[in-house]
Design a protein around this ligand. Structure first.
Ligand code: V0V
Length: 136
């Protein structure tokens, strides 16, 4: 099952500009940053408050043919995904597949900080790109 909200992902055109915007206006600071070549994304995790709750993930395109670049071209910057923490990403994906939902990957891919991730297609989840995250 789903354990908690892991993060909310926001597509941004420029990661450095977005980090400055979030720090200056909201006082939110980066606790992790990496480039995920497979996903074509530069991402930064921001902690909110004492950092014990869900994070905000800023997602910037690392190349023009990436999922984030396509999202921004079509929809503009903004909320792109809602991610839940799970204990076992394969079990969670199997349970959703058994209910008829389309998962984007047959096997999990590598996500932030060595996590294992999969996604439910937004058309099967009420227009929300749902990510499943099994932390490292
Ligand atoms: C597309 N659609 C969305 C959407 N992206 N709806 C809600 N939220 C989104 N993020 C809608 C779009 O408006 C179309 O609706 C329809 O889906 C298009 O579906 P499609 O042609 O099958 O797909 P594409 O080519 O638009 O791609 C969408 C998907 C793609 C979700 C398949 O973005 C994808 O593979 N995403 C998973 C990977 C990803 O997002 N990576 C970046 C984050 P109409 O117009 O037909 O009604 S990486 C990450 O999160 C990491 C590393 C991490 O958390 O650790």
């Amino acid at each position: 099952g789903l354990l908690r909200v892991d993060h909310v992902g926001i597509a941004v055109p420029d990661l450095d500009a977005a980090l400055k915007f979030y720090a200056d206006n909201f006082g939110l600071h980066c606790v992790h940053q990496e480039t995920n070549e497979e996903q074509g994304v530069r991402e930064a995790m921001l902690a909110v408050g004492d950092g014990s709750g869900p994070r905000i993930q800023l997602l910037a395109p690392a190349r023009p043919d990436s999922a984030i670049a396509k999202f921004i071209d079509r929809s503009g910057p903004g909320l792109q995904q809602l991610a839940y923490t799970v204990a076992d990403v394969e079990a969670a994906a199997d349970a959703l597949r058994a209910r008829g939902l389309r998962l984007l990957y047959d096997t999990p891919k590598r996500g932030t900080a060595g996590s294992r991730i999969n996604f439910v297609h937004p058309k099967d989840a009420g227009g929300v790109l749902v990510e499943l995250v099994e932390p490292a």
